[in-house]
Design a protein around this ligand. Structure first.
Ligand code: NAD
Length: 257
């Protein structure tokens, strides 16, 4: 059985992934702000280092898979800079810090949660995506605060998907048996899309989000995909961004790929 690390394990998609993997007999080390195994704030460099250290200790230095679910949504009143710090830097810096432990597993898998907003939301600030991919957190946070959370959200998730595609094919990762992939969920019913702290006007707009399937996704449907991408059935997946959105992306950009 494997040892998997899940950030954002206390809620939503992360909590569902934990349940799915544990019911398969695997060991899960959760990372979140509270209510899980490792308490850490992934919005800061110090919090990410502390998380990596605690995970390395808890896992004995061998991690078979890492799932980065921790994130902030754009529908509550969150500063855009903090959102970028968690959604992008909180993921890529933890993946990087845990690389030695992933390497030791021999055949590890990393899954990050991007978003279908990367292809459905217009007006993504390109300079924010570039600052993220350049690793310039100070500039990315400054731009995020300036543009606010609504455009910062898809920018953080686009940068995350592109980082995965850029890094996945480098010998440092795949040459050491570590597969990097991303999931781009559509609208999933979690506290991020239906919590009490959402701006009521923005939350109402979600009712107009086009989903050909006719309903929101459930966290366990994303967890099933997480389990697949971590497991032996997905060994040919390297740098893939898998949309799981009830048809939204196909409907909005049928021939655009
Ligand atoms: P959620 O709010 O239920 O869970 C997010 C988790 O991240 C929470 O447990 C929260 O405490 C944790 N978190 C936030 N800031 C943190 C920090 N600074 N340090 C550590 N942990 C922190 O939301 P969810 O819907 O389960 O979202 C999981 C991931 O899926 C997020 O990255 C989100 O952007 C992405 N996503 C969600 C949807 C959706 O419709 N729900 C769609 C696309 C992508």
């Amino acid at each position: 059985m494997a040892t998997y690390v899940i950030t954002g394990a206390a809620s939503g998609i992360g909590a569902a992934s934990r349940r799915t993997l544990e019911s398969g007999g695997h060991t899960v080390i959760g990372v979140d702000l509270a209510h899980t195994d490792v308490t850490a704030d992934l919005s800061t460099p110090g919090g990410r280092t502390a998380a990596a250290d605690a995970v390395s200790e808890a896992s004995g230095g061998v991690v078979d898979g890492l799932v980065c679910c921790a994130g902030l949504g754009s529908l509550s009143h969150v500063p855009g800079g903090r959102l970028v710090a968690v959604n992008y830097f909180g993921a890529v810096e933890l993946v990087t810090a845990l690389k030695p432990a992933l390497e030791r597993a021999g055949g590890a898998s990393v899954v990050v949660i991007s978003s279908s907003s990367t292809t459905t939301q217009p007006g993504i600030p390109e300079n924010l995506v570039t600052a993220c991919l350049d690793g310039d957190e100070t500039e990315a946070v400054r731009i995020g605060d300036q543009v606010t959370a609504i455009p910062a959200y898809p920018a953080s998730k686009l940068a995350l998907a592109w980082w995965i595609r850029r890094e996945a094919v480098r010998p440092e990762w795949i040459g050491n048996g570590i597969r990097l992939n991303a999931i781009a969920p559509g609208m999933i019913d979690t506290p991020m899309t239906s919590g009490d702290d959402l701006d009521p006007e923005l939350a109402k707009a979600l009712d107009f989000y086009p989903v050909p399937l006719g309903r929101r996704g459930r966290p366990d449907e994303i967890a099933a995909l997480v389990e697949f991408l971590l497991g032996p059935g997905s060994t040919l997946f390297c740098g893939s961004v898998v949309f799981a959105d009830g048809g939204t992306d196909a409907q909005l950009r049928q021939q655009d790929w």
